[in-house]
Ligand binder design. Structure first.
Ligand code: SF4
Ligand code: SF4
Length: 61
């Protein structure tokens, strides 16, 4: 199981992580990415690849 975290201070509100994640992990809340379904993450790393500001960190639990 993976823990997905977004540094809201780094998030540029581009929504690319929301669009690219095949598991629907992310949603936007107050113009920032919120990884509210972190338990669905399969560690494909797509979100890390598209994020322009390295705001997303994923750790194995
Ligand atoms: S690593 Fe893949 S499955 Fe996990 S949050 Fe990022 S895009 Fe979604
Ligand atoms: S891809 Fe990165 S900058 Fe863009 S909304 Fe997601 S966390 Fe924020």
């Amino acid at each position: 199981m993976y823990l997905v975290a977004v540094d809201s201070g780094k998030c540029e509100s581009c929504e690319e992580c929301v669009n690219v994640c095949p598991q629907g992990v992310f949603r936007m809340v107050d113009s920032k990415s919120d990884p509210y379904q972190t338990s669905e993450c399969v560690f494909c790393e797509s979100c890390i690849g598209v994020c322009p500001s390295e705001a997303i960190k994923i750790t194995e639990m």
